[in-house]
Design a protein around this ligand. Structure first.
Ligand code: ADP
Length: 499
C-alpha cells in the first residue's frame, strides 16, 4: 500500500502545512476502504480569507498580463498534464474509483481543455459595430471579472477543475479551487502542475475542506466576485441564493435525469451499446448518465433481453484492475443512497430485472460496490424516474409513439443530456427541436461531451450558462461597450442624428 499523500492548501504561491491545531481529514479508496489515499486539512474561514486576499492581490497584475501571455501558462499546463497522464489516471482510479480507461479520458479532457482554452488567448474576440453617429467608433471588449471561487465535485476530479480554472485564467481572472472532499489528492496533483507551470503567486489557490464550511465561506465572501459550482441541485440552489443576495456572478452546473429513446426502427445493437455505456460508465456517477431508457413497445422485449444479457457480463471491480468494467460507488453514504432508491423502486411497483443489491462477492467486501441494475415496469411519475440516483441504475419505461417518448423525456425537472436512436431523419430533427435538454445525441449515448462545444443544461440543471466551448468565455468575462467619438463635438445619440 502506498503512503497517503499529504494534501496541503496552496495559497499565494506557497504550500501551507496544516497548523498543529487543524483537523485532518482522509480520502479513502472506494474499492478498498482500508486504503487511505490522502489526508487533507479541514480548512477554516481564516484559510479562505488568506486565499481570497492572495487572489485579490494577484488579480491587480494578472489582469494586465496580455491574454496570449496568460495563455502560454495554460499551454504549459497542457504539456505537463500530458507528461503526467498515466500517473494522474492511476490516482483518479484509486481516489474515486473509475476504471483506468475512463480515468485516462478524464485527464485527456483536461489536456484538451488546456490547448483549447489557451488558443482563446489569441482570440477573445469582441465586436466592432457601426455607430449611428458620424465620426464615432463603437466596439465591445471582454473584461475579466476578478476573483473566482471554483467549487467542484469528485466525479471528474481533473477534467471539471480544468474546465473552470483554464478559461478563468485565460480571461484574466484569479481563482480559488475548493475541490470535493472525496478527491483532494487529484486536486492537489493538478494544482502542483499549475504551480510547476510557473504561474505568478496568488493566481491559482487551493483550499481543501468541507463544503458547508469552506465552500460556503467562499460563496459568502465579499471579496469573491464569481462562483462557478458543479454539484448537486440542492447545494446549487443554496449557492445560487447566496450569490443572488450578495450580487455575485454565478454559474451552476447541477443534476440530470437523462433519457435515451430507442425507437422501433433503431439499430438495436448500437442502441444497447449506447445504453450500457451511458448507464453504467463511471458506475452511473456522471451528471450526463443515462438513467431512463424510453423504449418503443415494438422493440422493448427484444431490446430488454439484449440489454440484460450485456449487463450480466459486466465485471465489477477496482478501477485500477484493467479487467474492470464498472468500478465502485464513491463512498458509503452514496452506496446507501443508491440502495435506498432501488428499495423505493420496488415499493413503487417496479421490478428489478438484474442487480439491485450491494455486491456480495467476497473480494468486493472492502469497497462500495453496487450491482449494475435494470429496473423494469417503471412509470414516468415514479420517484426513480424523476430523481437523480447517481449510481449504476437504469429505469426502463415503455412508450407507444415518438410523441409519447418526447413527452416522457421532457417530464422531469432536469434537462442536461438526452439521446434518441432512430434511422428516421425526420424524427431525429423533430427530436432535436422538441427535446428540452442542453445536449441531444442522435444515435449516440447521453455521455461523451467534447471540450470545444458548450456543456450545460436547461431547467433545474443549470442557470443558463454553458461551460466549455467559447460559451465558457461568457461565464468568465463581462462585456464592456466602448464608444470613441472623434468628431470633436458633442454628439447626442437618438437626438442629433434625427434632427
Ligand atoms: P455531490 O453530491 O456531488 O457531493 P455536493 O453539491 O454536495 O454534490 O458537492 C459538490 C461540491 O460542493 C463539493 O466540492 C462540496 O464540498 C461543495 N459543497 C457542499 N456543500 C456546499 C455549500 N453549502 N456551499 C458551498 N459548497 C458546498
Amino acid at each position: 500500500m502506498t503512503t497517503p499523500l499529504i494534501c496541503n492548501n496552496y495559497i499565494n504561491g506557497q504550500w501551507k502545512s496544516a497548523a498543529a491545531t487543524a483537523a485532518i481529514l482522509e480520502s479513502r479508496n472506494p474499492a478498498n476502504k482500508h486504503e487511505v489515499v490522502a489526508t487533507f486539512v479541514r480548512s477554516t474561514t481564516a484559510d479562505v480569507d488568506a486565499a481570497v486576499a492572495a487572489a485579490r492581490q494577484a488579480y491587480r497584475s494578472w489582469r494586465l498580463v496580455p491574454a496570449p501571455a496568460r495563455a502560454e501558462y495554460i499551454f504549459k499546463v497542457g504539456e505537463l498534464l500530458g507528461q503526467h497522464k498515466e500517473e494522474l489516471a492511476h490516482l483518479i482510479s484509486r481516489e474515486m474509483g473509475k476504471p483506468l480507461l475512463e480515468a485516462r479520458g478524464d485527464v485527456q479532457e483536461g489536456i484538451d481543455c488546456a490547448f483549447y482554452s489557451a488558443g482563446e488567448g489569441r482570440r477573445l474576440f469582441g465586436q466592432t459595430v457601426p455607430s449611428e453617429m458620424p465620426n464615432k467608433f463603437a466596439m465591445t471588449v471582454r473584461m475579466p471579472i476578478g476573483v473566482c471561487a471554483l467549487i467542484t465535485p469528485w466525479n471528474f476530479p481533473i477534467a471539471i477543475p480544468c474546465w473552470k480554472i483554464m478559461p478563468a485564467l485565460v480571461c484574466g481572472n484569479t481563482v480559488i479551487l475548493k475541490p470535493a472532499e472525496d478527491s483532494p489528492a487529484c486536486a492537489t496533483k493538478l494544482v502542483e502542475i499549475f504551480a510547476q507551470a510557473g504561474l505568478p503567486p496568488g493566481v491559482v489557490n487551493l483550499v481543501h475542506g468541507i463544503g458547508e464550511e469552506v465552500g460556503r465561506a467562499l460563496v459568502e465572501h465579499p471579496n469573491v466576485d464569481l462562483v462557478s459550482f458543479t454539484g448537486s441541485s440542492e447545494t446549487g440552489a443554496q449557492v445560487g441564493a447566496i450569490c443572488g443576495r450578495t450580487h455575485k456572478r454565478v454559474c451552476l452546473e447541477m443534476g440530470g435525469k437523462n433519457a435515451q429513446i430507442v425507437m422501433e426502427d433503431a439499430d438495436l445493437q448500437l442502441a444497447v451499446d449506447g445504453a450500457v455505456w451511458g448507464a453504467f460508465g463511471t458506475a452511473g456517477q456522471r451528471c450526463t448518465a443515462t438513467s431512463r431508457l424510453l423504449l418503443h413497445r415494438e422493440i422493448k422485449e427484444k431490446f430488454t433481453a439484449m440489454l440484460k444479457e450485456r449487463t450480466s457480463k459486466l465485471r465489477l471491480g477496482a478501477g485500477t484492475d484493467p479487467h474492470t468494467d464498472v468500478g465502485p460507488i464513491v463512498n458509503e453514504k452514496q452506496l446507501q443512497r443508491v440502495k435506498r432508491y432501488v428499495d423505493i423502486a420496488r415499493q413503487e411497483g417496479a421490478t428489478v430485472l438484474i442487480g439491485g443489491e450491494i455486491a456480495a462477492e467476497e473480494q468486493l467486501q472492502n469497497g462500495y460496490f453496487f450491482q449494475p441494475t435494470i429496473l423494469d415496469n417503471v412509470e414516468p411519475k415514479m420517484r426513480v424516474a424523476q430523481e437523480e440516483i447517481f449510481g449504476p441504475v437504469v429505469a426502463l419505461i415503455e412508450v407507444n409513439s415518438f410523441e409519447e417518448a418526447i413527452a416522457v423525456l421532457n417530464d422531469t425537472n432536469y434537462g442536461l443530456s438526452s439521446s434518441i436512436y432512430t434511422r428516421d431523419i425526420n424524427r431525429a430533427f423533430a427530436a432535436i427541436r422538441d427535446i428540452e435538454a442542453g445536449i441531444t445525441y442522435i444515435n449516440g449515448p447521453t455521455i461523451g461531451a467534447e471540450v470545444h462545444l458548450p456543456f450545460g443544461g436547461v431547467k433545474h440543471t443549470g442557470n443558463g450558462h454553458r461551460e466549455a466551448g467559447t460559451t465558457a468565455l461568457d461565464i468568465f468575462t463581462e462585456w464592456k461597450t466602448v464608444y470613441v467619438d472623434f468628431s470633436g463635438s458633442l454628439q447626442r445619440a437618438q437626438i442629433d442624428n434625427r434632427g
